[in-house]
Design a protein around this ligand. Structure first.
Ligand code: GTR
Length: 446
């Protein structure tokens, strides 16, 4: 049997090398953590990639050129350099009703409720995600709906004992007795301030939500669990453009859309995909890729969402890759200290949604998400909307707090912290009313 013998001198040498390597790694990491900039005057000068110029340098002047060439290029660039590409393997999805409206009465006045288990099968492996749906009870026509992911489990969105508690991995929270990454009944309804379900159904909309951790648990395990376990190649052969968690969550939203297309009570042509924070990044990527989403709403989505990466203010590409390496594809990590070389910036992610209505929401105290960068990315996406004559974001400066602007490209800066509040929902529903022809008189609002 062989044994490797390290000479005492070479042992010391080896340890010194390891020490020096770890030290430089720690120093680099510390530099990223300590150097958060919040000063507009220290933003490096930057040039954004053009919206209406193809990768080959040709101008884009028609909606046809946009649809056939530029939009496809933008999606491919985001796949390759940022969110990653879903494996080509086909997935069969079964939709099983696990809670129907005829079960016991939901505690939301005016709503019917159902929960569907979406079971994803590929090559004999499965993963499942629960879709909780509330619809207005008295609707005579198919209803428009807000689709969104949630952070802690469907049972945390409403306080309804009939909604099953997720069995998936959840973040620990001592106050809710969540200690071993498994949720508890104490967590029921803990997020309900973010979900005015009664108000949403009263205004004629449905609300559907999925716990994002059902699709892919939000921690870095080298892509071994969630939908990655079903579809991905083993880690050591993983391509550098293989999808990360945000792409997986976005993919799950499209599987919910497949289901809506089969439900007579839901109007699948009027689905708004909405998300907050990391799930706002996800809503943008889902809406950019899947044109069946008729509207996209990104709340406090920040770096990797609506905020321009090149501003490097608040959260940066370097920092987000270090803390959340599993959110993006491996290629994105290379841009931490050279964002100017990214062939994309976040205005192009918004542009890829054109001409569908887009709403970006910021919060005044959410400096980490760079509210100004979110507004500017929206503004810089407007040439794509202008191809349809839909460039209505004429404001050159950000509006003052709590003022909603724009018809096709909506924006507000809510006063307060990183959160989703009734004010945000009011703006989102008012914006959706404009496009989804909601009959306000019938809903008793006018
Ligand atoms: C932060 C992260 C942000 C944002 C946020 C959230 O820690 O740095 O990019 O997404 O989490 O999702 O709540």
């Amino acid at each position: 049997m062989y044994r490797t013998v390290i000479h005492p001198f070479s042992k010391t040498f080896l340890f010194s090398c390891m020490f020096a390597f770890s030290l430089s790694f720690i120093q680099k990491a510390n530099a990223v953590f300590q150097s958060v900039n919040y000063d507009e005057s220290k933003i490096p000068s930057y040039v954004l990639p053009e919206v209406l110029v193809t990768q080959k340098g040709h101008p884009v002047t028609t909606t046809e050129q946009w649809k056939q060439i530029r939009r496809a290029e933008i999606i491919a660039l985001f796949e390759e350099h940022m969110f990653g590409k879903k494996p080509a393997m086909a997935v069969a999805t079964n939709y099983e009703v696990i809670l129907s409206e005829t079960d016991d009465r939901p505690p939301i006045p005016g709503a019917i409720r159902r929960q569907i288990k979406m079971v994803f099968n590929a090559s004999g492996k499965t993963n499942a995600a629960d879709l909780l749906v509330y619809l207005p009870k008295d609707a005579s026509d198919p209803v428009p709906l807000f689709l969104t992911l949630n952070f802690h489990g469907n049972h945390t969105v409403v306080n309804d004992p009939a909604v099953p508690i997720t069995n998936s991995w959840v973040r620990n929270q001592a106050a809710k007795n969540i200690t071993k990454n498994r949720s508890t009944k104490d967590a029921r309804g803990m997020q309900q301030s973010r979900w005015p379900v009664a108000e949403i159904v009263k205004r004629g909309y449905g609300l559907a939500t999925i716990y994002y951790g059902d699709i892919d648990p939000d921690y870095h395990d080298q892509f071994k669990n969630g939908i990655h376990a079903v579809l991905d190649t083993p880690n050591k052969n993983r391509p550098s453009n293989a999808w990360g968690s945000i792409a997986a969550w976005a993919w799950g939203l499209s599987r919910a859309m497949d289901y809506f297309e089969t439900v007579p009570q839901i109007d699948s042509n009027r689905i708004a995909v909405f998300g907050h924070s990391r799930l706002g990044k996800t809503a943008l990527w889902a809406g950019a890729q899947d044109a069946r989403f008729a509207m996209v709403i990104a709340n406090n989505s920040g770096c990797g969402g609506a905020a321009l990466s090149r501003r490097e203010i608040g959260e940066t590409v370097a920092r987000i890759n270090q803390v959340f390496p599993h959110w993006f594809c491996k290629n994105f990590r290379a841009y931490g200290d050279r964002v100017n070389e990214l062939p994309i910036d976040q205005h192009l992610l918004i542009a890829a949604i054109a001409p569908r209505p887009i709403y970006v929401a910021s919060a005044s105290d959410d400096r980490w998400a760079d509210p100004r960068g979110e507004f500017l990315a929206l503004k810089k996406a407007s040439p794509a909307y202008a191809l349809w004559g839909l460039n209505d974001l004429s404001e050159t400066e950000m509006p003052s707090v709590n003022q909603s602007i724009g018809r096709q490209m909506g924006y507000h800066l809510r006063e307060g912290k990183h959160d989703v509040t009734p004010y945000d929902w009011k703006c989102f529903m008012d914006f959706a009313d404009l496009h989804f022809q909601i009959d306000n008189a019938r809903n008793g609002r006018n």
